[in-house]
Each structure stands twice: as structure tokens, then as C-alpha cells.
Design a binder for this molecule. Structure first.
Ligand code: IMP
Length: 179
């Protein structure tokens, strides 16, 4: 793994593919145990969640469904600020065990909006699976049930994560070089 330049920023290797795979393997075992007796619906959050959804699902020896959603953010009125809307959810989730699959949980704002939207539809349960978590930044009460790796508060790309559209396809995780 060498340094890469994406737009105006430089990134250096941070987590290698083997280390990441080992972490995903462990999470997959926990997820498989938890849902051994049900048929959960995995909900990958695009764009970044495609990688972890794929890597996690191919390691799960359970019967399950997979779908993908997007979170559209737009500026509402002054009083509402930024409004997030979950789009692309066509499945009926009432009574289902739903596992939201994210690339990274940072402040937790995104995941909070997603969970609030899903709760309105009365699923049997909602769990969160995230490839990465920044515990120093996360301030919400919602438990992040399955985390492959915790990282410090640095900006990272690769394995689904981007810098302004670039870097999602990089294997492993790269962190920004502060200059
Ligand atoms: P949150 O709402 O603050 O938890 O941020 C979640 C979203 O911000 C993620 O789904 C990513 O799209 C983006 N994000 C947060 N941290 C990073 C990072 O280090 N690299 C790339 N994207 C990030």
C-alpha cells in the first residue's frame, strides 16, 4: 500500500486488507449467532455501505435478505435546519429484524435519522452494524451493536469511504496526511 492523492489531499495506509478482513470475520460470527433463528433484513446505506454489506453478507451462513437505502439530506426551513430522508425502502419492515449496515459512524447524526425513520414502521428490532466507529466523536444513545473496528478521530477513505467521491474502491483503509 502506497500513499495516494485524492483531489487536493494526501492519504497514507492505515488498516491493511488482512486486518480488516479478520475484523469483519469476527463481526460476521457475532451477527450469525444473533440471527441464527430469524431471517433478518440487512439494509445497506449507500453509497459507502456497499462494501461492508457485501463483505459481511458473504460471510454469513444464515438465511437473510439484503436491500439498500440512501439518506438524502436537504436544507429545510430555517426552523427545521437540515432534513434527512430515507429513500429507496420498498420492503415492508413491520415485524422484521432489521440490521442497518453502515460504512462509518462518526457523530451518529446519520444513524439517528435512519433509526428514527425505521422505528415509525414498527420493525421487530433494529440493530446497527458499522465497518468503522469513531468512539471519541460518537455522542448518541443508540447502541452500535456490531463494529468491525474502532478508529481515532481521523478522516479516512477506502473500503467504501470517500473523499468527495473518490477513494471508495481503495482496498483497506487510508488516513489523511495532515500537512
Ligand atoms: P455521522 O452522521 O457524523 O455519523 O457521519 C456519517 C457519515 O459521514 C458517513 O456515512 C460518511 O459518509 C461520512 N463520514 C464520517 N467520517 C468519515 C470519514 O472519516 N471518511 C469518510 N466519510 C466519513
Amino acid at each position: 500500500m502506497d500513499k495516494v492523492i485524492l483531489h487536493d489531499k494526501q492519504f497514507e495506509p492505515f488498516i491493511g486488507v488482512a486486518e480488516l478482513n479478520a475484523a469483519i470475520e469476527k463481526v460476521a460470527e457475532k451477527v450469525a449467532t444473533r440471527y441464527a433463528d430469524s431471517v433478518p433484513l440487512f439494509m445497506g446505506v449507500l453509497n459507502g455501505g456497499y462494501f461492508f454489506a457485501s463483505e459481511l453478507l458473504k460471510r454469513l451462513p444464515i438465511t437473510c435478505e439484503i436491500t439498500f437505502v440512501k439518506v438524502a439530506s436537504y436544507h429545510g426551513t430555517k426552523s427545521t435546519g437540515t432534513v434527512s430522508q430515507l429513500i429507496g425502502l420498498n420492503e415492508r419492515i413491520t415485524g422484521r429484524h432489521v440490521v442497518v449496515v453502515e460504512d462509518i459512524v462518526d457523530t451518529g447524526n446519520t444513524i439517528e435519522h435512519i433509526v428514527e425513520s425505521l422505528r415509525e414502521k414498527n420493525p421487530a428490532s433494529i440493530a446497527i452494524a458499522s465497518l468503522l466507529l469513531k468512539p471519541e466523536v460518537y455522542r448518541k444513545k443508540i447502541p452500535i451493536d456490531f463494529v468491525a473496528m474502532e478508529i481515532p478521530n481521523v478522516f479516512v477513505v477506502g473500503s467504501g469511504l470517500d473523499h468527495d467521491g473518490l477513494g471508495r474502491n481503495l482496498p483497506g483503509i487510508y488516513r489523511i496526511v495532515n500537512n
